[in-house]
Design a protein around this ligand. Sequence first.
Ligand SMILES: Cc1ncc(COP(=O)(O)O)c(C=O)c1O
Length: 374
Amino acid sequence: MKQTSDKPIYVTQPSLAPLAEFNEYLQRVWDSGIMTHNGPLMQQLEKEVSAYEGVGDTVCVANGTCAMQLAIRALDLEGEIITTPFSFIATANIIKWERCTPVFVDVDADTWNIDPDRVERAITDKTVAILPVHVFSAPCDVRRIAQIADRHGLKVIYDAAHAMCVKAHGKSIMSYGDVACTSFHATKLFNTCEGGACFTEDAALAARLRRMRFFGFDERKEIVDDGMNAKMTEVAAGLGLANLKHLDEVRRTRREKYELYQCLLGGLDYITFQKFDPEEYNYSYMPVLIDPERFGCDTGELERRLQGHNVYGRRYFYPLLSDTAPLAGDPRGDGLTHARRIAERVFCLPLYHTLSRDDVERICGMIVESGRDA
Ligand SMILES: Cc1ncc(COP(=O)(O)O)c(C=O)c1O
């Protein structure tokens, strides 16, 4: 077995700008005395992220979960929302939290994203929206989803938590749907520690989202709408402004390591990679599927074996959302066959900006030997 790591190697580490660059923004916060509440750094971040992504409007919020919560509220949704069972829990529990009903349909076997045919078959007179996820940043079939939504008069909210810097059909993935919601959590490719954003091309909707994130106040400080506190702080925005300058570099180095994993593991008959266009992916995760019969053990056992070497991969995303206690329900006659197979086999290997090529080689060696020993 390859040498055990001295330092724990986690599935991810935050990508952070040099501290001196962040300090310049902190100095501005200290000078202005403005800590939050539509502050100048947050406004600058909204402009810079809109320009970076090439979208009409960016509404920064406290985290990715409340981005989706605000989107559901701002679109006045009440009823069934069709979504994927293969995602992080926030995707579906926020639907339920907003008193709508998540309806789970199967995913595509290769892209692992929601299958548009299944979406269309699950529509009833109670359906109000589709909430697909660009899982691990691979774009959904955005054109077909838009056609289906138009045909049935449905809203589309994308959970784009993983998908900063991704394009589909030549434009930002954030420009598809009524609203695309992302996360700027510390584990994401681009982070503000905690944070997130709603993207939209609809100026009136952006204005409503801004009111709703600030208790329902308008620009004249009159309470005109429903609202909550979903504001992004100036400290978070300053970190975002510092990190944004390094985002292309972060994506580039992650891609190199992703490709090294692909090269070292690609010949193994028990490993499958997600299918995506290499230019339409941000390399924020390193998910593989492991065939337990060919490999000799399942992903739970692989996780334990790697932990024995101080390497902490994760079973993202297992179990299926539809199998969790709060969300178990009617998957609309859909056996979720592909989603179940993927969730049982998926394993995210460590991938982050500062992970060394040597570490990638050692981790791949551990996997190969683990398969041999099984
Ligand atoms: C697919 C997906 N959706 C939503 C979220 C929630 O984002 P946040 O942690 O910023 O609330 C996450 C977070 O990891 C996620 O992976």
